[in-house]
Design a binder for this molecule. Structure first.
Ligand code: XIL
Length: 319
């Protein structure tokens, strides 16, 4: 897929979110990944809960192992993620914010975490989600009041962005969000947040649009709506990554395949859209199941049990 995309645009990356376990332990999965993708996003390994289970303690091994594989195969790596409400270790969530003295100490602890992590990975990441899912889960336009928010206030993304820049000025910074893939209030809020962040001295290069599609009847992403979206961000001087695309087969394999192809083809044809990443590789490792979730059966990926799915073929034809 990466090689096909490069025929249209040399600089364009086609990536997948991956886990170390199957990458080293499952030949089918490793072949699917290495044979198709030019970029990797560690699916969980760089989240704060995995990088720092206790304050001041860092477990970089798994992320480093994924980065080493990517480097040996000439793949770019997208880092995921610094400030993410849902993926914080308990010590971080529970940092005290009652008094000014407490907030100052908590601010120092958060920035110490950030600087340690970004410095550790410096030079090895092409891009990074500095803030993931700033808004309430799945809908609305209010910001999640996580520890970064409680310590630094609503302008926390600028604090994060400036601190990341200080530790690694070259990594391209993104704010990543779901449900902002088509024009609407949530997209307005994301665009505004990025522009406000940069007006406050931040260094956000663009928006990550997750493009999870779990109901093809109500939430399909049309080529037209995605094109208007990309034009909007482009007109604002920003770039876009399609960061986590995966599509349910609830309306059938054909509809699923078409949706995948539409998102990738539309992205590839817009100069604003710099890369496309699919969330997961093979249905064998569906992420909701991994999550302990029972929301859907796992039939969402480009591969199923070592074989390409109709979605894979559609994507290939669209490139
Ligand atoms: C998911 C992973 O895929 C699961 O394995 C994990 O249990 C929970 O998180 N949006 C994001 C990702 O930004 O970090 C989430 O990843 C999927 C939704």
């Amino acid at each position: 897929l990466q090689a096909l995309a490069a025929r249209t645009r040399q600089d364009f990356l086609v990536g997948a979110a991956v886990a170390l376990g199957p990458l080293t332990g499952d030949e089918d999965y490793a072949r699917e990944v290495v044979g198709n993708f030019g970029a990797l996003t560690p699916e969980n390994a760089m989240k704060p809960q995995f990088l720092s289970p206790q304050q001041g303690v860092y477990t970089f091994e798994e992320a480093d192992a994924i980065l080493a594989i990517a480097q040996s195969k000439g793949m770019a790596v997208h880092g995921h993620t610094i400030a993410f409400t849902e993926a914080m270790p308990r010590w971080m969530q529970q940092l005290p914010t009652g008094s000014k003295t407490e907030r100052d100490a908590s601010a120092a602890a958060l920035l110490d975490y950030l600087t340690t992590v970004v410095t550790h990975f410096k030079g090895r990441l092409a891009s990074l989600d500095v803030v993931n899912e700033p808004f309430d889960v799945n809908q609305g336009t209010s910001m999640q009041q996580n520890i970064w928010y409680r310590v630094f206030g609503p302008g926390y993304p600028a604090v994060v962005s400036k601190a990341v820049y200080a530790a690694d000025p070259r990594v391209l910074q993104y704010i990543n969000e779901n449900g902002a893939d088509v024009p609407g209030q949530r997209q307005d809020a994301l665009l505004k947040l990025i522009l406000d962040t940069n007006a406050q001295g931040g260094h956000i290069h663009g928006a990550g649009l997750q493009a999870h599609v779990y109901n093809l009847k109500t939430d399909a992403i049309s080529a037209d709506a995605l094109t208007r979206t990309l034009n909007r961000f482009g007109d604002a001087g920003l770039h876009v990554r399609i960061s986590e695309n995966d599509v349910t087969d609830g309306q059938g394999k054909d509809a699923q395949a078409k949706q995948y192809a539409t998102v990738l083809a539309t992205c590839l044809r817009s100069p604003t859209c710099v890369s496309y990443t699919t969330w997961g590789v093979d249905d064998r490792y569906d992420w909701w199941i991994d999550d302990g979730g029972s929301l859907r059966q796992g039939h969402d990926h480009l591969f199923n049990n070592g074989q390409p799915t109709p979605a894979y073929d559609a994507v290939k034809r669209a490139l």
